[in-house]
Write a protein that binds this ligand. Structure first.
Ligand SMILES: [Mg+2]
Length: 341
C-alpha cells in the first residue's frame, strides 16, 4: 500500500472532508513524523538502532462491523485499535497511522450536529489516535459500494528486541492482561434487538455502559507491551484479536510448544461465559509467556495480569492446547468467534 497523501477522488463534500481530516491529523503531533499529509509520501524518523514495525488491518461493513449496530465513532476507534494492538504485542511504540477509506456516498451526508457517518468515524479514530500520540500521516479516500477501512500502523522498536510469537519455550508460564470475553458479551447483546439503535448514541469510551465498552471501545495495551519489552519480562507475546484458543495456538505453533491452561485461572469479563473467554475474539488483551524465574507483576499500568497456564514440550499425538476444567483435562481445539456470519 502506498503512503500517499489523502487525494481527492470524488466531488463536493469529499474535498471538505479531506480538509477536515488534514487539519485534524496535523494537530496530533508525534515527534517521529517528519512530514505528514500534503506531500507525495510521509517521512518518518527512527531513533538510532531502531527498526520499523508495520501492520495492516482491513475493516469491512457487514464483516467487521455493522452500520446498523455500531456507532460510527466505535468503528473508527476499533479500526485503529486493531493496528495499535498489533504494535502492543510486539512491544513497539506507535509512530504513525495510514488510512485508506472506501465509503458509500450516503455515509458522507451530514446528519445533525455530529456530522456524517464518516465524520463521526474519523472523530472516533482521532480520539484514540490522540490518546496514543499516533498521527494520521496519509492515506486515500474513494467512493465505494460499501464502507471499507484499510489501516496501516507503523511503530518503532529497538533492533532485535521486538516481542515475537516464537520466543517461548517449554516450562515458560502463560499470562494475559485484563479480562477475557468482554467483547463477545457486548457483541451478543448488540446483536439481540433494539439495543443496536441505542448503541449508535454511545459515541465515546466514557459515554458507554460498562457492558459494551470492551466491544465498542477496546483499549489497546500499548503501555503494557512497552513495559513487557523494556523490562525484559516476556519471552513471547501475541495480542488476542481472534480469541484465546486461536491466538494461543499461533503462539504455540511459532514457539514449537504445547500449552496447558486452567479454566478457573481465566480472568472472565463481567457477564462472560468460559466459552466467550476462550473463543470470543476482539478482546485486544495481550497473551504472553515468561520464563518461570521471572517475577511478573500483578498489574502493569493499572491493568491486571493473570497467570493462566504453562507451556510444555510438544507431546506426540496430543492436541497443542489442553484445558483443565472441573471435569478433568481435555483438548481445546482452536475456535474463533464467528462475526456476523
Ligand atoms: Mg495481532
Amino acid at each position: 500500500m502506498h503512503s500517499k497523501r489523502i487525494t481527492r477522488r470524488a466531488g463536493g463534500g469529499e474535498l471538505d472532508l479531506l480538509r477536515q481530516i488534514r487539519a485534524h491529523a496535523g494537530r496530533l503531533g508525534g515527534r517521529a513524523l517528519r512530514l505528514g499529509i500534503g506531500d507525495d509520501c510521509a517521512l518518518l524518523g527512527l531513533r538510532p538502532g531502531e527498526e520499523l514495525a508495520v501492520t495492516t488491518d482491513l475493516s469491512i461493513a457487514g464483516r467487521h462491523f455493522r452500520i446498523d449496530w455500531h456507532p460510527p465513532e466505535s468503528v473508527g476507534h476499533r479500526a485503529l485499535a486493531r493496528g495499535l494492538s498489533d504494535l502492543a504485542a510486539m512491544g513497539a511504540r506507535p509512530l504513525a497511522a495510514f488510512l485508506s477509506l472506501g465509503i458509500p456516498r450516503q455515509l458522507t451526508v451530514k446528519r445533525g450536529r455530529n456530522g456524517s457517518w464518516v465524520d463521526r468515524f474519523m472523530a472516533g479514530l482521532f480520539r484514540l489516535a490522540a490518546a496514543h500520540q499516533t498521527p494520521l500521516a496519509g492515506g486515500d479516500l474513494a467512493e465505494a459500494p460499501l464502507a471499507v477501512a484499510d489501516i496501516v500502523l507503523t511503530g518503532a522498536v529497538p533492533a532485535g528486541k521486538a516481542l515475537l510469537r516464537s520466543g517461548a519455550r517449554a516450562g515458560d508460564l502463560l499470562y494475559v492482561t485484563g479480562a477475557l470475553g468482554g467483547s463477545a458479551v457486548g457483541l451478543t447483546t448488540l446483536s439481540r434487538g433494539p439495543r443496536g439503535i441505542q448503541a449508535r448514541r454511545w459515541t465515546t469510551p466514557t459515554g458507554v455502559p460498562d457492558a459494551f465498552r470492551p466491544h465498542l471501545f477496546p483499549q489497546p495495551r500499548i503501555a503494557q507491551g512497552l513495559a513487557l519489552r523494556r523490562r525484559g519480562l516476556a519471552s513471547a507475546a501475541i495480542d488476542l484479536s481472534d480469541g484465546l484458543s486461536i491466538d494461543l495456538a499461533h503462539l504455540c505453533e511459532e514457539s514449537g510448544v504445547h500449552a496447558l491452561i486452567e479454566s478457573r485461572a481465566l480472568p472472565l469479563a463481567q457477564g462472560a461465559s468460559l466459552e466467550q473467554a476462550l473463543h470470543g475474539g476482539e478482546d485486544y488483551e495481550l497473551l504472553f509467556a515468561a520464563r518461570p524465574a521471572v517475577r511478573i507483576p500483578r498489574a502493569i499500568g493499572g491493568i491486571a495480569v493473570s497467570r493462566i497456564g504453562i507451556l510444555s514440550a510438544p507431546r506426540r499425538g496430543k492436541t497443542p492446547i489442553q484445558i483443565v476444567t472441573e471435569s478433568g483435562t481435555e483438548p481445546l481445539p482452536p475456535r474463533g468467534w464467528q462475526h456476523f456470519s
